[in-house]
Design a protein around this ligand. Structure first.
Ligand code: CMC
Length: 430
């Protein structure tokens, strides 16, 4: 591979440096293209565009590889905890015991939201989607902790901000659920670890304390670890884009939560279960729905299938499928939707349409089955994704703000509208 790439347009040749990543990924650095010529590049959906250099997550979609800071996702899902991988993603190393204890203590320090913020929950109508509430609450934290959004972000301040967000996202999520079912809030407990603390806030009530089951904690921990980062996906790119204007971390993450909400991204876990329920209610005719997904005149897609980057298999989906089987077995639950999902996967993977387009189950295909077994309601599924993705968003925001190459995100366009024309007064308009 040469040092430069050549672009020949007419009788002009432009040269651009070729960059190589540590895993031998190649890029043509076209950042000087517009200043040297009148051309821009057009890449709808940014499928061929690198927006930054990053040292956080490596992903090889053809080989089904995902690593956080070099560690394979399979090892992290099996052996690590969510707090540990949050530290790893954000600070670049696995914490030693002292570092982990200090990080967890800072979580405990921040686990309760400001008392006044509890009033916010009452202002939402009962049917409000918890993603809307979560995004608004995260942004509102900036009003309650102004010291944490000072324009000069020291390492110490950032450390506290990161711990606060990771801790409070869990409290806000549980409170919004309690509000939606009309039960009193359950406060965080310092004697419980991250996942049991969340489960207790969600499911404990004055009438019935929640029994924390090891298999449930393990399944949820695995899901959070698997969702923690996925390099330049739609929501993380949004966090980076918003942050590139020097908006504070709360504002940037609030925007990321909204990007995640869409059914093509983190809202897909909810959409998968809705789809499976609809197929079930309609007689479980798989062929009918596979044909519908293939039909270009229909807007139906097989939710939980396909990925922009994975073209072989999604390593997270493999782990989650196994995790769903294990959890349901241990809990003695038979969920007909899991059987249906498996049959749907089998049928799709034999179908030429899905095979030729390399469409495989993604992280969202089986995760909803686990959330259902745990008792998490459908509209909270994307919120669970948001809790999991929090360390990734924080890590990317920090990497972006510390990178001297960062510029405000400002893509170009090719204008396809009207040419110049004169203003016409209202009386003369047709
Ligand atoms: N069902 C039916 N056809 C599909 C699907 C699907 N789920 N996904 C892609 N296709 C087809 C698509 O119609 C297109 O066909 P053709 O080449 O004939 O026009 C081809 O496959 C390529 O699809 P694309 O839309 O160009 O691919 P993309 O990379 O732009 O989109 C995706 C990726 C994930 C948005 C898409 O696969 C999709 O909509 N999947 C369903 C929603 C979903 O499960 N989202 C969760 C993604 S993983 C979690 C996350 O990180 O967000």
């Amino acid at each position: 591979m040469g040092d430069n790439a050549k672009l020949i347009i007419g009788d002009k040749t432009y040269e651009f440096p070729v960059l190589v990543g540590t895993e031998n990924e190649y890029a043509i650095d076209i950042s000087k293209l517009r200043s040297q010529s009148e051309f821009i590049t057009l890449d709808s959906g940014f499928g061929n565009t690198g927006a930054c250099k990053s040292a956080i997550t490596f992903l090889d979609g053809d080989k089904g590889i995902l690593r956080y800071r070099g560690y394979p996702i399979e090892q992290l899902a099996e052996k690590s905890t969510f707090v540990e991988i949050s530290y790893l993603l954000i600070f670049g190393k696995l914490p030693n015991q002292k570092e982990l204890d200090k990080f967890s203590q800072t979580f405990a320090e921040f686990s309760m939201i400001h008392e006044d913020m509890k009033n916010f929950f009452n202002a939402y109508p009962s049917g409000a989607h918890p993603m809307a509430i979560l995004s608004a609450m995260i942004c509102s934290l900036s009003g309650y902790y102004p010291d944490l959004v000072k324009s000069h972000m020291t390492d110490d301040l950032f450390y506290r901000l990161a711990a606060q967000l990771l801790s409070q996202v869990r409290t806000i999520a549980a409170f919004s659920y309690k509000k939606s079912i009309g039960e009193p809030f359950v406060y965080p407990r310092h004697d419980l670890k991250y996942v049991p603390n969340f489960l207790n806030m969600m499911f404990s009530s004055p009438a019935k304390p929640y029994e924390i089951r090891e298999e449930v904690v393990r399944a949820l921990k695995v899901l959070l670890v698997l969702h923690a980062d996925h390099e330049q996906n739609c929501s993380t790119s949004t966090v980076r884009m918003v942050g590139s204007s020097e908006a504070n971390l709360y504002a940037s993450i609030s925007a990321g939560i909204l990007a995640l909400w869409g059914p093509l991204h983190g809202g897909a876990n909810q959409a998968v279960i809705e789809m499976l329920e609809a197929i079930q209610a309609d007689g479980a005719d798989l062929n009918k729905y596979i044909n519908k997904a293939k039909d270009k005149t229909s807007d139906f897609r097989l939710m939980g299938f396909g990925h922009r980057v994975y073209k072989n298999f999604d390593p997270r989906a493999k782990i989650i499928k196994q995790c769903a089987d294990d959890l349901l077995n241990k809990m003695g639950i038979h969920d007909p939707l899991l059987d249906l999902a498996k049959r749907l996967e089998e049928a799709a993977l034999k179908d030429e349409y899905f095979v030729s387009r390399k469409l495989y189950p993604n992280v969202d295909f089986y995760s909803g089955i686990i959330y259902r077994a745990i008792g998490i309601p459908l509209n909270m599924f994307p919120v669970m994704f948001a809790i999991g993705r929090m360390p990734g968003w924080i890590a990317h925001w920090r990497e972006m703000t510390k990178d001297p190459m960062t510029k405000i995100g400002r893509p170009r366009q090719i204008y396809t509208g009207e040419l110049t024309r004169d203003y016409v007064s209202i009386e003369q308009r047709s």
